[in-house]
Design a protein around this ligand. Structure first.
Ligand code: ATP
Ligand code: MG
Length: 427
């Protein structure tokens, strides 16, 4: 097996790790950089990697030797993008691990996303300590606040320099990873020794090389409650229809998993699978047939589904971060269903439920909280060891180090196997 050639995906290291970790005295287990997690999980995937593969990721975990001297290291934390259950848990875990585990003397919390690193925003930054973060995981949201919208990258790096931050921990989604990669580039250009370590935040579960992102199980659990309510409403009326819109801009993981766990969904619409409205194979006809037979129906639609039916070619409507704003598929479907049923003289009662903001702002459930705790620990270990330009991933059952370049501009989509299972339980 020793002769087997593995292509190890390299993580940038700020410099040699020569300071013994203080975790040793607490008899921690240590992970060597040579410990690798295979990218492929099946022989079929392994065979597909014939171009330079098989590939492997560095395994996350505490390193025996550190690049930074903990007692002289100032750390920064920033959270960006939309809210997601568990952000506070990650912040708490970072602070607890850095302070209690490593003895880091100072942690700065930058407020409201990358704005907090701008020349204007830096004045609002706060000191984080185990005492101040003790209870934050009981609340939803992020105690640091968040934001969208671009900031001047060199200004942000100047803030890090001025505040003497040696490691910046960045919690965010795909846009945030791009921002973090840009900050890392500027740091390199200016030959500074500042590490950038990211923790993936995506309620949609759509970041590459993250099998399960934090907040996802909380979202599915709450989405199932919304579906249960829609089901009760649908059954409570003759030809009752429950329509639930769930999160999922590009990937339908929440809709698919909520449908699978609920068992009450008759139609599940996701961004990855195009559907048609009209005609014998269209949604409206299928819904009519279902109502004639069963007199009630539940539809789950991910926010990014059916955008081709709504899109008017205008890409100028963007949010502050430059993401194209999605058209409201929920209201659109509601209108189409009601007018189509009226045309067919089918008397229906439709209840439309959109629980998105209620779900995003919840505190994490037990599973997600535990997951966040580990993400925060691994990010702290990686940062102290001098790793930079990376994200903590979760792949093949292990926590990993993933270079930002491998994440930026990519997206994880619903796999065919899960979709097949959804089709089996809906209809
Ligand atoms: P969500 O899951 O909520 O979409 P996100 O991280 O993708 O999270 P965005 O609002 O898209 O959220 O991006 C977060 C931050 O990253 C914003 O402040 C945005 O301006 C910044 N950002 C995105 N791309 C870049 C880039 N190429 N350079 C610098 N900053 C960027
Ligand atoms: Mg995003």
């Amino acid at each position: 097996m020793d002769s087997y050639q593995i292509n190890k995906i390299q993580i940038r290291q700020l410099g040699p790790a020569q300071t013994p970790s203080p975790l040793e005295v607490k008899k921690y287990y240590f992970v060597d950089d040579g410990e690798q997690v295979l990218m492929a999980s099946t022989v079929r995937e392994l065979k597909k990697q014939n171009d330079g593969g098989p590939f492997s990721f560095e395994m996350a975990g505490p390193r025996r030797n550190l690049y930074f001297q903990p007692a002289a290291t100032v750390c920064g934390i920033v959270s960006c993008g939309g809210l997601c259950p568990g952000m506070n848990d990650v912040i708490r875990s970072l602070v607890m691990t850095l302070c209690h585990g490593y003895g880091v003397p100072r942690i700065i919390g930058f407020r409201y996303g990358f704005w907090g690193l701008s020349a204007e925003g830096t004045a609002s930054s706060i000191a984080l300590s185990p005492e101040t973060v003790k209870h934050i995981h009981e609340d939803g949201g992020t105690c640091l606040g968040s934001s969208r919208g671009p900031q001047d990258v060199s200004e942000m790096v100047r803030t890090l320099e001025k505040s003497e931050v040696k490691i910046l921990f960045v919690i965010g989604g795909d846009g945030t990873m791009k921002g973090a990669a840009a900050i890392k580039q500027e740091i390199e250009r200016r030959q500074l020794n500042i590490g950038i370590v990211c923790i993936p935040k995506t309620i949609d579960n759509d970041l590459e090389y993250v099998t399960r992102s934090f907040g996802f199980t909380t979202a599915v659990e709450e989405a199932r409650k919304a579906i249960a309510a829609a089901h009760v409403e649908a059954r409570g009326a003759m030809n009752g229809i429950g329509l639930v819109k769930l999160m999922g801009r590009h990937s339908g993981f929440i809709a698919a998993h909520a449908a699978l766990s609920s068992g009450d969904v008759n139609f599940c619409l996701v961004p990855e699978k195009q559907f048609i409205l009209e005609g014998e194979d269209g949604l409206l006809r299928k819904l009519e047939l279902r109502l004639l037979k069963k007199h009630h129906a539940v539809i789950v639609v991910a926010e990014g589904a059916g955008q081709d039916l709504l899109f008017d070619g205008d890409e100028s409507d963007k949010d502050r971060s430059g993401n194209v704003r999605l058209r409201d598929i929920g209201s659109f479907l509601q209108e189409k269903i009601l007018s189509s049923c009226a045309e067919k003289k089918l008397d229906v009662t439709l209840k439309y439920i959109d629980p998105s903001y209620i779900i995003r702002s919840l505190p994490a459930n037990a599973l997600d909280s535990a997951f966040c705790m580990v993400l925060g620990q691994h990010a702290s270990h990686a940062g102290m060891a001098g790793k930079t330009g990376m994200m903590v991933g979760h792949w093949n059952g292990h926590f990993t180090h993933v270079p930002l370049e491998m994440v930026v501009g990519r997206r994880r989509l619903l796999d065919d196997e899960t979709w097949q299972r959804v089709l089996e339980v809906t209809g």
